[in-house]
Design a protein around this ligand. Structure first.
Ligand SMILES: [Zn+2]
Length: 535
């Protein structure tokens, strides 16, 4: 009896595991080995990173640097033997902006050099200019009334004193096993399918509130201009210790008012000026800023291909955004992602692996201003969410893989609510477990959310399989993301090699797979008014 049961139990177990073995998604381990060898022993990823940062950074969309970086990418892709390499236009973007000089100083009551940089889309000064500082925090119409007639020729501090707290946690951080495991869990199932169900406060702001703030900023810019403020001084929205996180002050829309020159400095320097003023001690500041507006033009994405063999009309895409903010050189946001994508196609090309489907790399522009490049591309090539009348190409895209969260190694990938890809991704991650990539997250999410965060969501929004890799945060939010310290030295070479190997392997396996990747159901058309309300 016991023996019989044991026999059946054993046979059952064997049958079950045979079934599992048969149904498991294949990963070609000999190819994975070759990819890893190329990625770690012959890496060029930090060379791509060097050109995109030290040579061409920063890469604010449509600035002369952005164009030069795009041209360099095209040259490199062609050198690697990619075909159909081109800069694909989209637009309109609005005004292009760049800066070529910044210096800031306190000259009285004491001398002190100031750490900071000008905000994008604000003008320069007319050579070196000096002005008295005035503290004028303004958040309401009544504030504007209060400071009317008092700002001419002044350096205007529009923010109150910033509380600076000592940092007791390490600035850099890798995900622990517990944190990684938590990423696979749905924190609150009642939020599933609710596009407004994000936890952070900014996303919970109503569209009306956001619009009210936008309108007030416009009004404030016009007021500061009309009142003849010499320079507007702020601290960055994050950071201390000389790290300044800041982006734009004016607008790229030619219809919006051009504010006076605007500068963000480290909060410690800002606070010194505020404290002196609060004690009735006059402060004189000097600035020398050179910026340039270039007339409204379209922008572009950079595209290149490795042509497929037997199913070349079917496409596997990989990419990252090429553009950056301008305080540093856009090293972790997002020269890292761009370098990894370039390196992945270099690896695949150098191994000369036959791939059935065509592999297409896309480096996007306008990501920082709202995923503009990828949204335009998806609309033009695949489907407009408003009408959901897909093109023929819509049915030919197998998947898009994105890299845009800094220098941390890949720890896994988000399934973007596509439960069918979970076992596939798990099988493809297995050969990378020892390199820290183990986890498939975001398996349950019911409705495609409006595009946000980064570029793969532009694909997901129209029901296309677009995925982003999950990375160790490292110093992203403490030091580098949109800051003056987003520079080459903050990038971890070993991590980027790991990312490149995984990116190449995922693209390879998607390109040789029997079937295209499974999809979520095609979403219904969404009227434009509803779209802007959710973005
Ligand atoms: Zn960014």
């Amino acid at each position: 009896m016991i023996l019989r049961r044991l026999f059946f139990g054993l046979a059952g177990a064997l049958m079950f595991s045979a079934l599992q073995a048969r149904s498991e998604e294949p990963a070609d381990l000999s190819v994975v080995h070759r990819i890893k060898t190329e990625a770690f022993e012959n890496s060029k990823v930090m060379d791509h990173e060097f050109y995109l940062t030290d040579v061409y950074g920063p890469r604010l969309t449509n600035s002369p640097n952005y164009k030069a970086a795009g041209d360099w990418v095209m040259k490199r892709l062609k050198e690697y033997g990619l075909t159909n390499v081109h800069e694909e236009p989209w637009g309109p973007f609005g005004k292009s902006w760049t800066y070529s000089r910044f210096s800031g100083h306190m000259v009285a009551p004491q001398y002190q050099p100031l750490i900071g940089f000008p905000l994008a889309w604000t003008p320069g000064t007319d050579g070196a200019v000096q002005g008295d500082a005035i503290l004028a925090p303004m958040t309401t119409d009544a504030d504007l009334e209060k400071f009317k007639g008092k700002l001419r020729g002044k350096v205007v501090l529009t923010m109150p004193l910033k509380q600076v707290n000592m940092v007791l946690e390490p600035l850099g951080h890798r995900l622990t096993d517990t944190e990684l495991a938590a990423r696979t869990q749905v924190a609150d199932p009642s939020r599933l399918g609710n596009p407004f169900g994000r936890a952070n406060a900014a996303a919970q702001q109503t569209p009306e509130e956001r619009e009210r703030q936008r309108q007030f900023r416009k009004k404030l810019n016009q007021f500061l201009k009309d009142e003849g403020a010499l320079v507007v001084l702020q601290y960055g929205y994050n950071g201390d210790g000389g790290t300044v996180f800041a982006s734009e002050g004016g607008s790229r829309d030619p219809k919006d008012p051009v504010p006076p020159p605007m500068v963000a400095v480290t909060p410690e320097h800002y606070n010194r000026v505020v404290r002196l003023l609060q004690h009735g001690i006059p402060v004189k500041l000097e600035f020398d800023i050179k910026t340039q507006f270039i007339d409204a033009v379209d922008s572009f994405n950079v595209i290149g291909e490795i042509e497929g063999t037997t199913k070349k009309d079917e496409i596997v895409m990989l990419g990252a955004h090429l553009d950056s903010w301008h305080g540093g050189t856009g090293a972790t946001d997002n020269a890292t992602g761009s370098s990894v994508a370039i390196e992945a196609v270099r690896i695949l090309k150098s191994l000369d692996l036959p791939m059935a489907r065509t592999v297409r790399i896309a480096l996007w522009g306008g990501e920082e201003e709202g995923l503009l490049g990828s949204k335009a591309y998806v609309k033009q090539h695949f489907a407009d969410r408003e009408t959901m009348k897909p093109t023929a190409e819509y049915y030919k895209l197998s998947a898009y893989y994105n890299d845009d969260t800094g220098t941390g190694r890949f720890r896994g990938i988000g399934a973007q609510g596509n439960i069918q890809v979970k076992p596939i991704f798990e099988a493809w991650l297995k050969p990378f477990h020892d390199l820290g990539a183990t986890t498939v997250s975001a398996v349950t999410s019911l409705t495609a959310r409006p595009p946000g965060g980064t570029d793969h969501t532009s694909f997901d929004y129209v029901g296309l399989p677009g995925f982003g890799f999950m990375q160790d945060p490292m110093e992203y939010n403490t030091r580098t993301h949109h800051s003056n310290m987003d520079v080459y030295d903050r990038v971890q070479p070993g991590d980027l090699m790991q990312c490149s190997a995984i990116m190449a392997s995922f693209v390879y396996h998607t390109a040789v797979r029997d079937q295209m990747m499974p999809r979520i159901p095609m979403p219904k058309p969404l009227p434009k008014e509803r779209q802007s309300a959710t973005e």
